[in-house]
Design a binder for this molecule. Structure first.
Ligand SMILES: C[S@@+](CC[C@H](N)C(=O)[O-])C[C@H]1O[C@@H](n2cnc3c(N)ncnc32)[C@H](O)[C@@H]1O
Length: 214
């Protein structure tokens, strides 16, 4: 089964309860949105936007930002489009069906220049070619732009039984923590390709990474 089918199967029924059930356990999404500091007219892309929960909050907080979202799941995109239609932000949010690893700002969205900001919110841990998706995200980011990631961490500050249960439960949903992700970001920082800042949340339950591309 390919990733589009897998994600559609995963979210066919979950899309109805997604926002409510993920409200607390996808920790750090609101912190990230507050930190983003989006300037007027900046183009911002969410990779794996799901139900557009984040894009709608960003649209409200940053009234002049132009927002783009892509996702592998047509089920999630249908829910997102329905939600967006009933808000005053519809003309500032563009959604498309695309795999993270296939993104190209011009071909995918018809946007001439690379994005000012690109973010992954709990999506890299679900994307099988996550390393490729990370690099494609960076390729589609302008020089001086910021790549943000919020996702699960290693839970080393939490009881072992909790971490064990959480990892098993997440694996049932195709979610996997990749310790190599932070190593890769650090390599990019060390090789002078940008500047990395990591914030740990809730006893290393989750992390926020901000990478300013050189
Ligand atoms: C856990 S949800 C997160 C949704 C949203 N970012 C949020 O914070 O609520 C992960 C999303 O990533 C999407 N996804 C998984 N693999 C993908 C891929 N290869 N390309 C694009 N999106 C993908 C899923 O369909 C799903 O909507």
């Amino acid at each position: 089964m390919d990733q589009v089918q897998a994600m559609d199967r995963m979210y066919r029924y979950q899309k109805y309860i997604y926002d409510f059930t993920r409200k607390y356990y996808l920790l750090g999404r609101d912190t990230l949105i507050r930190r983003m500091d989006i300037k007027p007219d900046e183009n911002v892309l969410e990779v794996g936007c799901g139900t557009a929960r984040n894009l709608l909050l960003i649209a409200k907080r940053y009234p002049q930002a132009k927002l783009y979202g892509l996702d592998a799941s047509t089920e999630m995109l249908d829910t997102a489009a329905t939600k967006i239609r009933s808000t005053p932000y519809a003309d500032r949010i563009t959604l498309t069906h695309c795999l993270a690893e296939d993104l190209h700002h011009q071909r995918t969205f018809g946007v001439e220049k690379p994005f000012d900001k690109v973010f992954f919110s709990y999506s890299l841990s679900m994307i099988p070619p996550w390393l490729q998706a990370l690099h494609v995200g960076l390729e589609n980011l302008k020089s001086g732009g910021i790549l943000y990631i919020v996702d699960f961490s290693d839970q080393r500050g939490l009881p072992k039984w909790f971490s064990f249960m959480l990892k098993r439960w997440l694996a049932m949903f195709g979610v996997h923590y990749h310790p190599e992700l932070l190593v890769e970001l650090q390599k990019l920082h060390d090789s002078g390709q940008g500047t990395l800042q990591i914030t740990s949340l809730g006893g290393h339950y989750a992390f926020i990474a901000e990478f300013v591309k050189k």
